[in-house]
Write a protein that binds this ligand. Structure first.
Ligand code: ZN
Ligand code: ZN
Length: 215
């Protein structure tokens, strides 16, 4: 499995292009801007995109979805709870005040344990609510890779003060669903806020000050 990263949009979201080296089938995770570099990279690498995925429904992570769907004609997958929550105009009005258009509707409503297959690779959905109701991580067990969205950052955790957020729920998700994975598991977060772009669960257990109280 190969992973390419692009930092996109004014919120500097980490957009990942993840693909199978043998078949070149792949997925796009968190396209946070209508950034032509995403399409250029896909073309350069010769990737056949199967699906566009969101780690959660905050618009800084999914605002590029419609643009990519139009160009690639592939479905968009988001956890069912975030699709429901952010399609609600009242819940979304806060993000409208940040200048975002309404969210793209999910074609695939994801849930716990769903598997997304691309070529000889697959990633599994782990529901980690708290940053938002339908925040999820994508886990590749074979290579021990975890895309953590805005739930767990390198040396940090997500904010929980946005509509639908719940700090205690987020910390509980991290404790029960993330820190229980093997310590060698690499984490690829939704923003590059730490001192390095990638970390491991073991390193975060040692270095992440926000995790002290749940270890
Ligand atoms: Zn977020
Ligand atoms: Zn974010």
């Amino acid at each position: 499995m190969k992973i390419e990263r692009l930092i996109v949009g004014s919120f500097e979201v980490c957009c990942y292009i993840v693909y199978c080296e043998d078949t070149k089938e792949g997925v796009i995770i968190d396209p946070g801007a209508e950034d032509p570099r995403i399409l250029e990279l896909i073309k350069t690498l010769g990737i056949k995109v199967k699906v566009i995925l969101g780690t959660h429904g905050h618009p800084d992570h999914v605002v590029g979805v419609s643009f990519l769907k139009e160009a690639l004609n592939v479905p968009f997958g988001l956890h069912e709870e975030d699709d429901r929550f952010f399609q609600d105009k009242n819940n979304f009005s806060f993000f409208r005040s940040w200048g975002f258009p309404e969210n793209p509707k999910a074609d695939l409503r994801l849930k716990e344990s769903d598997e997304i297959v691309f070529g000889k690779e697959k990633i599994k959905v782990i529901h980690t609510p708290g940053h938002s109701p339908g925040s999820i991580c994508f886990y590749n067990q074979k290579e021990q890779v975890l895309f953590t969205g805005d739930t767990l950052f390198v040396e940090g955790v997500g904010r929980a003060d946005l509509p639908g957020g719940n700090f205690f729920q987020m910390m509980d998700s991290i404790k029960k669903k993330i820190l229980t994975l093997p310590e060698e598991t690499s984490i690829f977060p939704g923003h590059d806020y730490g001192s390095k772009p990638v970390s491991t669960i073991g390193e975060e257990k040692n270095n992440n000050p926000f995790l002290e109280e749940i270890l």
